[in-house]
Design a protein around this ligand. Structure first.
Ligand code: GLP
Length: 632
């Protein structure tokens, strides 16, 4: 095992944290380009092991750019992909054959015969032979020079799920239920995700001369911590990379957020005790020792690596009270500010009493998931709330759902054949396998999601007139992993902001994978507000981040929590339940996966529980927000 020299015994694989995915892939593209150019000069081949999923997409974009703009040639490059679903035909839009064509091969000059991807379409009896041939083919070209990896939330590399051995070779595997549920969005339902895959083995990957594992976004933070900091074991196959002599892990800040050097840096070296770090250390200590904040004593600090903190910021008694108060001040039943009261220690300002609020939801459903109860409060406290959906979310609607919806309408009213619903319905029935949706179908699916969004917001008290669907072109003209932001996206959002001149903007996506819809929505917002800073209203506009995922932020990162009573929580559940097209399409016999509304309900309850453990008041559930400063 090698140690990363900066982080001593903590990090067992050299890990670099980049400002963002784009910066990381620039460096990686440089490495690949250098190798390819050197090999080209001596007429030798470069052998690359390639990955799929969202993670390598920015890298492939950069390689394509270098090919098109700078003449980087891939004529002498040979590639081996890690894996493929099984069974799947290569024309299936979610097959890795299709993915690789769309994301890379169709845009560079690599000869077809140099491309290798496991065949997901061969007969069951031929799989073993095909896998052996794959191993032979890698050996025949002298092995992999560079292997690119992503990581699944189970800790898989390729499709080597927990239980895969260090010496495993290319083979047929069964997918983990978490992997299948993560792929459900791409396949429009978990039941569409193949149960098996063919993957290079851990042993095959370990034979590569150099390995880069990439990861972006908050969703990968926990598994990366285990991969990098825990002893290698087959429960996290990626941790076997600790045994490889030339592996690097390149990640962004959100993916690094669980690493000890980021989360608890005081355990590694002398720490500059910023207010956030102090809060983090003390709340962690309280949860770890299972003692409310006000019951922590010097000994607790000393025995848990916080002797420096208590020396610098102690004594324990006053430090406890300070953090207790800080946490207490994040709680408010007045997310738009409480009128006519002293607001120095409140998360939101009292003035103006009635605020104009704009909630920017990347697609329908993220708004109510993250802040259904808060929306309800903002409205009952007389703020002027507008909910704007940046995209229609049409790509997330399964065909069956659209057919059912259109048949209901067609049966109910005798529809003219030329109406959108009738046309879309016919096109759905005529749709060939794997054909992308035409405009009419997308419109119909968008209508379904918009209708669900209105029904959900009605339960939160929002009137139809206060709901806007921006239908940003990046999404309406794009496909998953192929969304290109242009000026027209920013323009639409800017018009809305200029019209509303909000005092509060709620948004999300800052910590998401850069190719995802929430991350694109965040990028649009960030660019849209550039140039608005000098507007009078902007100077008095506060930005609040919400989190629509089922994993809550850490306590010290939270700036405002809004309590939900049991009734408010159940109303929120009803609101989430309106987004029926987003539910699992069939009951899953072999999976105990929960529906999204159950996960969110659990998340909000867990947060309340953590506040309770700190010694604060006991609430049924809490919704959380983080303040964001546009200048940062
Ligand atoms: C799939 C692929 C892996 C990939 C993982 C993560 O399961 N077989 O090779 O690393 O997903 O996907 P993403 O990059 O989309 O997060």
């Amino acid at each position: 095992m090698k140690n990363n020299k900066n982080f001593g015994e903590w990090e067992r694989i050299p890990t670099e944290i980049f400002a963002d995915a784009d910066t990381a892939v620039q460096s990686l593209a440089n490495e690949i380009e250098e190798l390819v150019r050197i090999r080209n000069q001596v007429s030798e081949k470069t052998v690359l092991g390639l990955a799929t999923g969202s993670t390598p997409v920015p890298l492939y974009k950069e390689l394509i750019r270098r090919h098109k703009e700078e003449g980087l040639s891939f004529k002498n490059v040979v590639t081996f992909n890690l894996d493929e679903y099984y069974p799947i035909v290569p024309e299936h839009p979610e097959s890795y054959h299709c993915f690789m064509r769309q994301q890379l091969f169709d845009h560079i000059d690599i000869p077809a015969e140099n491309i290798h991807i496991p065949d997901g379409n061969c007969d069951r009896e031929e799989v073993l032979q095909m896998c052996q041939n794959y191993e032979e083919a890698i050996k025949a070209v002298g092995g992999l020079d560079i292997q690119i990896l992503g990581i699944g939330r189970t800790g898989h590399i390729g499709f080597n799920e927990p239980g895969s051995s260090l010496s495993s070779q290319t083979r047929l595997v069964t997918l983990d239920s978490l992997t299948r549920s993560d792929a459900a969005k791409d396949f429009l339902g978990e039941y569409n995700v193949p149960r098996h895959a063919i993957t290079m083995g851990v042993g095959t990957i370990m034979n590569a001369r150099k390995i880069y594992l990439l990861a972006w976004g908050r969703a990968k933070a926990e598994i990366l911590k285990q991969t990098i900091e825990e002893s290698p074991s087959d429960t996290i196959p990626a941790s076997f990379l600790q045994n490889h002599s030339d592996t690097r892990i390149w990640i962004d800040g959100a993916a690094a957020s669980e690493l000890t050097r980021r989360k608890s840096p005081w355990l590694i070296s002398f720490t500059d005790w910023t207010p956030r770090l102090v809060r983090s250390a003390v709340t962690d200590l309280s949860l770890k020792t299972k003692k409310p904040l006000l019951k922590l004593v010097e000994k607790d600090y000393q025995e848990n690596g916080l002797a420096d903190l208590i020396t610098e910021k102690g004594p324990a008694y006053s430090l406890n009270i300070r953090i207790f108060n800080e946490m207490q001040h994040t709680i408010t039943g007045w997310p738009g500010g409480k009128p006519k009261v002293e607001d120095t220690h409140r998360p939101e300002r009292a003035q103006p009493e009635q605020k104009r609020v704009v909630i920017l939801s990347p697609e329908p459903s993220e708004d109510v998931r993250a802040m259904g109860a808060t929306i309800n409060r903002l409205i009952s406290q007389k703020h002027d709330v507008t909910v704007a959906y940046l995209t229609s979310g049409s790509l997330g609607v399964p065909d069956e759902e659209a057919i059912r919806g259109s048949e209901l309408i067609i049966d109910a009213i005798n529809l003219d054949e030329s109406s959108l619903v009738a046309v879309a319905h016919k096109k759905l029935l005529d749709k060939k396998a794997f054909e992308p949706d035409c405009q009419e179908i997308r419109k119909l699916k968008a209508t379904i999601r918009k209708n669900e969004a209105r029904a959900a917001l009605k339960l939160c008290g929002v009137k139809n007139g206060n709901i806007q669907f921006l239908d940003l072109p990046f999404y309406e003209k794009g496909k998953y992993r192929q969304f290109n932001i242009t000026e027209s996206d920013m323009k639409r959002l800017r018009i809305l902001l200029m019209q509303k001149q909000p005092h509060q903007v709620f948004f999300t996506g800052a910590f998401a994978d850069p190719s995802s819809v929430p991350s694109k929505a965040f990028q649009v917002m960030k660019q849209a507000i550039l140039g608005l800073e000098s507007e009078e209203w902007f100077k008095d506009c506060w930005f609040w981040q919400f989190n629509a995922s089922n994993k809550e932020w850490e306590l010290p990162q939270i700036d405002m929590v809004v309590p939900c009573s049991p009734d408010e929580l159940s109303k929120k559940v009803q609101a989430m339940y309106q987004h029926r097209s987003q539910m699992q399409q069939l009951p899953l016999v072999d999976s105990n996966r929960k529906e999204i509304w159950e996960l969110i309900q659990e998340k909000n309850r867990n947060t309340a529980n953590r506040y309770d453990l700190l010694g604060m008041a006991e609430y049924e559930a809490l919704e959380c927000f983080r303040r964001w400063y546009p200048s940062t």
